[in-house]
Design a protein around this ligand. Structure first.
Ligand SMILES: C[S@@+](CC[C@H](N)C(=O)[O-])C[C@H]1O[C@@H](n2cnc3c(N)ncnc32)[C@H](O)[C@@H]1O
Length: 305
């Protein structure tokens, strides 16, 4: 069935998945409610630590510094925006198309006393006010909802929101070959992610370059996502009875199948996960970044934030 990619369609599709129940997600995600690939510094590491390390990895790749205006597009329950405001001192804004997530995030900001430097909005990123720009932007796990044909407008809109010299990090799932309809995609589209669509990294980078982004760094985290899904699955199994009580047997089974298949697809390499760091393509002799990546990893080695 051809997808009609209106804002209303996307809002419904996002609500179908993410407004299911905060209590449900709280039972199998990490303590910080992240719903994207974690970063395992230890191959056998635990999910909570790996998600904290993922947030630090993103903040450090973006070289966040105190007072900077930072936007997290598709912010989920607000985890990364809150983390960045709390540990990196930025003025963070998170936007999500899910009402449940936004309400959770807003309550969390209040509990943390971060109201002066962190805001979570229930809105479509396409409705961000014209002319509002940021020094740093991340988009963690939203490209899967954009629709391949909309990549040019997505990367173009993000570009309009970023100030010159700023940095953008896009983190998303990829597919080994061009996205084609199959029984798996039908299952996903019908029951899990009605507006889900993924593409290969080559095409994503190609569109980014066409939209005048300079790609600075690309990192594959495929096996990290395999482990993340596997750990979500373990939490799912451990909380089976409670989960069934919240969403019912059918939805429980759909998610269980989807989680276990996702883990296997990441292990097997049908699915990938890439973080892409980019800057607006501008004619300058310097891009204002350190000459190596070492600064990203030194704090990890020292064990500090
Ligand atoms: C897989 S979740 C990732 C959440 C979060 N970034 C994380 O790492 O846990 C995808 C997020 O993208 C958001 N999203 C999808 N389409 C959006 C849109 N058009 N505008 C704003 N948010 C959107 C969803 O509401 C959800 O919060």
């Amino acid at each position: 069935m051809p997808k009609t990619r209106t804002k209303e369609f996307d809002a419904e599709a996002i609500s179908h998945h993410y407004d299911l129940s905060n209590e449900f997600y709280n039972l199998f995600l990490c303590e910080n409610m992240l719903y994207t690939c974690a970063y395992y510094r230890e191959p056998e590491g635990c999910l909570d630590q790996a998600q904290r390390d993922k947030m630090d990895l993103v903040c450090r790749k973006l070289r966040l510094s105190p007072g900077e205006e930072y936007l997290d597009i598709g912010c989920g329950w607000g985890s990364l925006a809150i983390w960045a405001a709390k540990h990196y001192g930025v003025k963070a804004t998170g936007v999500t198309l899910s009402r449940e997530q936004a309400e959770w995030g807003q309550a969390w900001v209040r509990r943390e006393g971060l109201g002066d430097r962190c805001q979570i909005h229930h809105m479509d990123y396409r409705d961000l006010p014209e002319g509002q720009t940021y020094r740093k932007i991340s988009a963690i796990g939203i490209i899967e909802h954009i629709g391949i044909e909309n990549y040019p407008s997505y990367f173009g809109r993000v570009r309009d929101r970023l100030r010159g010299g700023g940095l953008f990090l896009n983190h998303g799932i990829t597919h080994e070959k061009y996205w084609k309809r199959s029984s798996q995609t039908d299952f996903l589209e019908k029951l899990v992610f009605p507006n889900g669509e993924i593409d290969n990294i080559t095409h994503i980078l190609d569109v980014m370059e066409q939209e005048r982004w300079e790609v600075l760094d690309v990192e594959s985290l495929r096996l990290h996502y395999a482990r993340t899904c596997h750990q979500w699955y373990e939490n799912f199994e451990n909380n089976a009875e409670l989960l069934k009580e919240i969403v019912g047997e059918r939805t429980y089974r759909v998610y269980r199948l989807w989680l276990v298949c996702s883990a296997e697809c990441f292990y097997a390499g049908y699915l990938g996960l890439y973080q892409v760091l980019a800057q607006k393509h501008e004619i300058t002799r310097e891009h204002g970044l350190p000459s190596t990546r070492e600064d990203i990893y030194i704090p990890f080695l020292k064990g500090g934030a």
